[in-house]
Design a protein around this ligand. Structure first.
Ligand SMILES: Cc1cc2nc3c(=O)[nH]c(=O)nc-3n(C[C@H](O)[C@H](O)[C@H](O)COP(=O)(O)OP(=O)(O)OC[C@H]3O[C@@H](n4cnc5c(N)ncnc54)[C@H](O)[C@@H]3O)c2cc1C
Length: 397
């Protein structure tokens, strides 16, 4: 085999797209990963290309930056993908009457960011996002794999010798010196044999319902993709979380009046890659610039992938890069905000999530859990006393 210039380790959406684009840019590339992409987040994803749909709070600098990257990504996907890969052309965010205050805030933040006035329908408000589609992941990967074959990119199961490396094995990415990385376990399912009264080729989804994506329904022709729960873990796990599947089915029934009597489901699980501080990890290692790390993309890496591939090309060609400045993989963790604010956000999200699942807790108990986690976190990660941990991370700290 010819000497490999760049080995791309990990064959999810980021690795597969980057390997193809690097090869098109003239590099001798190899892609490393198993056939079938076991445990891939990309394969488990609802594959919404949602940008505004992911807004969950009033926009701050980080939110505005994410929005700009996402909007660029949507444009790149539009130019890249043939129409048959799409399963939906637009997204409706809905908020049913009686939801939590947190869901209401997230809904208002999406409408404000979208500069849209929600439509009122019987028991819900709907914010229409006309430019946020969804794709079929099987069709997307079949198309990308054909592109790789067309360029004779070797797909290997072991890492070859190479001049440079891109590490993008999702939650499994292991690079010494990079920030700790966790598994954002996502349980979802496909559902068949139901009658669902929603507009054609439209994603229906809620905003954030407490550290989760809420409910999203993606039409996939012969079935519906229904997702997704989220909890953070330190590694992969066996099986599917019953409560998540039960919750998703209950939402289908309560929010859409679906009769699930004769429906069948196929559970799905994937691991969102989540950095200690919840921010993406994108860029070369400072002490080893021939290693680029692309992970920590959490719940919207599929949407971002073309912008990440652009940045990888810029790194490989020594071109200018600025899209992800500050998100270097070996940075010091970024504070979520002042400690007290981060703890309040944890409490708000935790209570909302528990409420969604028909459980309640006392604020004082949740606060005590948070304080205990902070004590452990400050000792273990040696962060300043004022550091605010990302609310989702407290369970594994
Ligand atoms: C349930 C769920 C729903 C989601 N919905 C959306 C959505 O609608 N829109 C969106 O934009 N994002 C969504 N996401 C997030 C998105 O899927 C991720 O951010 C993104 O797919 C991450 O891509 P990746 O290429 O980094 O990782 P992955 O897709 O996880 O790919 C990593 C690959 O590396 C391979 N691998 C593992 N270990 C090794 C190794 N040692 N050597 C080589 N290869 C290895 C794995 O087999 C896998 O194929 C969702 C995630 C989940 C779990």
């Amino acid at each position: 085999m010819e000497r490999i210039e760049i080995a791309v380790i990990g064959n999810g959406i980021i690795g597969t797209l980057a390997a193809w684009k690097l090869s098109e840019a003239g590099f001798r590339v190899a892609l490393v990963g198993k056939a079938g992409r076991p445990d891939s987040a990309s394969m488990a994803a609802g594959a919404m290309l949602n940008v505004l749909g992911e807004v969950d709070a009033e926009l701050d600098d980080y939110g505005r930056r994410k929005l700009a990257i996402g909007e660029r990504a949507l444009g790149l996907w539009r130019n890249l993908l043939p129409p048959e890969i799409y399963v939906a052309d637009k997204t409706h965010i809905y908020r049913r009457d009686g939801g939590t205050a947190l869901e209401g805030k997230a809904f208002a933040a999406i409408a404000a960011a979208a500069k849209s006035r929600p439509e009122r329908q019987t028991d819900r408000d709907i914010c229409v996002l006309p430019d946020e589609p969804a794709v079929s992941t099987p069709a997307l990967f079949a198309w990308l794999d054909a592109k790789l074959r067309g360029r004779n990119v070797p797909i290997l199961e072991t890492v070859p010798k190479a001049d440079k490396f891109v590490h993008c094995s999702g939650a499994f990415t292991k690079v010494p010196g990079a920030l700790p990385l966790y598994f954002g376990v996502g349980n979802a399912m496909t559902v068949r044999d139901i009658k669902l009264d929603i507009p054609a080729r439209t994603v229906m989804r809620t905003p954030n319902r407490g550290n989760t994506c809420g409910l999203h329904i993606v039409p996939r022709g012969d079935c519906y993709y229904v997702g997704a729960g989220s909890y953070i873990a330190t590694g992969p796990s066996e099986g599917y979380r019953i409560e998540t599947l039960r919750y998703l089915i209950a939402c289908l029934e309560s929010d859409f009046g679906v009769d699930t009597w004769q429906a069948s489901i196929q559970p799905i699980k994937g691991y969102r890659p989540v950095a200690l501080d919840g921010k993406p990890m994108l860029g070369p290692m400072r002490d080893n610039p021939s290693v680029y790390v692309a992970t920590g993309t959490k719940r919207d890496g599929l949407t971002y992938a073309p912008v990440i591939a652009e940045d990888i090309i810029a790194w490989a060609t020594n071109g200018p890069r600025s899209a992800f400045a500050g998100w270097e993989p070996d940075r010091a963790p970024i504070s979520f905000g002042p400690r007290e604010y981060a703890i309040e956000m944890y409490i708000e999200n935790r209570l909302a999530a528990l409420h969604e699942h028909g459980r309640d807790a006392k604020v004082d108990d949740v606060r005590r859990d948070a304080e205990a986690a902070y004590k452990r976190g400050h000792e273990h990660f040696k962060v300043p006393a004022t550091f605010g941990f990302h609310p989702e991370m407290l369970h594994v700290i």
